[in-house]
Design a protein around this ligand. Structure first.
Ligand code: GUN
Ligand code: ZN
Length: 483
């Protein structure tokens, strides 16, 4: 297998992708290199954390000088790097300018000739909300071009990877169809395309739905790239949804615009009095010093900081996967913007899919807010509860762990029947401060369990906090609330 998955958490994974120029550990961020512009050299990108980069074969193809070097020496020599290189096809230019001066076959053959590690056909990035008919036509053409790329490649038969970008605009059934057809083609790499306008507009609910529809149609072993997502604010969420690759033009574009990236959003250099970061750039300079520099020096320093932040976040995410607390990390990150939070809440509609991916063994459960209610661990626990058989006529349930009881009432999980993961290893805020939703969720489970065991009496010894929430939710008759 080209892509080997080593560790998993939520729908995220740490993996290894084999390319002709070497192995890349995922989640991976590919800095975008513009071969026309001399910016941060690749050796510096590598030092900051890049294991793979992406450049644009169409830009190289259109320039006689660049093309000559690339064709005679290969794309790696052109950009002066031994790292694996993915080459885009000009589709993005197609999306922005509506037209390109190259056909699919020509640009694929060119990418093969210049020894790209990951080849991208000339897919059509359909814009969000376009006519359905147009989205369908675009997708048909995209699929035909992807098939052409795969066929061309099997004629040559080398080991470079062929990608099959997934399109379909904001039509979820088209996204799913696109993913199904691409996986039938047996491509090596699956970019989710056409999402840049959605990301730019902070339409994270759409982005999350698209990713999850695509993931539900792709095999788990497929490496997935979220095309054009370069802001570290979205990395944790996207990894938790199963994305393995990102590309960042943002680090450079934002730097040229005087913008400073953080995992919680973007800041303007102009408005910074202090750097909230300790990367080499932010350690060596103050905002005042950077502001007063020559334009080019300033842009390079900002670009480097932007990359440091991105790679730091990638490492934070990888460590969270190893510690099995990616959900906790995402739930923290999505609080940095209300639209991210509502985007993440879409996972409620995909709990079955999440559960299929999320590994069962876990370290613990930290409640970080009402989003925690929708974790697969909760679904699994609920199912285990519903399978318990009770051989008594009467059971005592308490919300106080220090009291003797048959079961304990625990926020979110409802009943805890053993000191087993997750309910016994869950940490919550004090009852007085926890959201009603967490108590309501627990009561729902308790009530369903009681209804399933109508001939058992459930004697409930609970604190005032539970009683308060119970007032608005009448229990079944076999639950007896003790005073
Ligand atoms: N760059 C950003 N979005 C896209 C896309 O949908 N397709 C391609 N080929 N490149 C992109
Ligand atoms: Zn910094």
């Amino acid at each position: 297998m080209r892509f080997e998955i080593l560790h998993k958490d939520a729908m995220g994974r740490i993996g290894r992708l084999k390319t002709p120029s070497g192995v890349v550990e995922t989640p991976a961020l590919m800095p975008v290199i513009n071969p026309n512009i001399d910016f941060i050299p690749v050796k510096d990108l590598k030092r900051i954390g890049a294991e793979i980069v992406i450049t644009n074969s169409y830009i190289i193809y259109r320039s006689r000088d660049l093309r000559e070097v690339a064709e005679s020496k290969g794309v790696h020599r052109l950009i002066n790097s031994d790292l694996p290189v993915m080459t885009d096809s000009g589709s993005y230019q197609l999306m922005v300018y509506g037209d390109v001066e190259v056909d699919n076959r020509t640009i694929i053959e060119f990418q093969n000739r210049i020894k790209s590690d990951i080849v991208v056909p000339l897919d059509i990035p359909s814009l969000p909300d376009i006519d359905r008919e147009k989205a369908e036509r675009d997708l048909e053409i995209t699929l035909k071009r992807e098939k052409e790329a795969i066929d061309l490649h099997s004629e040559i038969g080398d080991d470079r990877l062929i990608s099959a970008p997934i399109q379909g605009s904001t039509y979820l059934d088209l996204r799913r169809k696109s993913a199904e057809e691409c996986s039938k083609l047996n491509a090596d790499f699956y970019p989710i395309g056409g999402v840049v306008p959605l990301l730019d507009a902070y339409r994270f609910q759409d982005v999350v739905r698209i990713i999850l529809e695509v993931k539900s149609a792709l095999p788990p072993s497929a490496p997935v790239h979220l095309f054009g997502a370069g802001h570290p604010m979205v990395f944790a969420m996207a990894v938790a949804l199963g994305c393995d690759f990102f590309d960042s033009a943002a680090y450079a574009l934002y730097a040229k615009d005087g913008r400073y990236l953080t995992v919680n959003g973007t800041k303007k250099l102009e408005e910074l009095q202090y750097f909230p970061c300790k990367c080499p750039v932010c350690s060596d300079y103050t905002p005042r010093e950077v502001k007063s520099m020559e334009k080019r020096d300033r842009e390079i320093l900002l670009g480097k900081h932007n990359l440091y932040v991105c790679f730091e976040e990638i490492n934070t995410i990888k460590q969270a996967i190893r510690e099995n607390n990616l959900f906790e990390l995402v739930e923290t990150r999505v609080r940095s913007h209300p639209y991210l939070l509502s985007g993440w809440r879409v996972v409620r509609d995909y709990i079955d899919l999440m559960e299929k991916y999320d590994p069962v063994s876990k370290q613990g459960f930290f409640y970080t807010g009402i989003e925690s209610i929708y974790r697969p661990a909760v679904v699994r626990h609920e199912r285990r509860i519903m399978n318990i058989e009770i051989d008594k006529k009467e059971v005592l349930i308490s919300s106080d762990k220090n009291e003797r009881a048959d079961f304990y009432l625990v926020p979110v999980f409802g009943l805890s029947f053993a000191e087993n993961y997750p309910s016994g290893h869950a940490e919550f805020p004090d009852e007085e401060y926890i959201e009603d939703e967490a108590i309501v969720k627990a009561l729902d489970i308790l009530y369903r369990f009681a209804e399933q065991n109508r001939d058992v009496k459930f004697r409930l010894n609970v604190s005032d906090r539970w009683k308060e929430v119970m007032k608005s939710r009448n229990p079944p008759e076999n639950i007896i609330l003790l005073e």
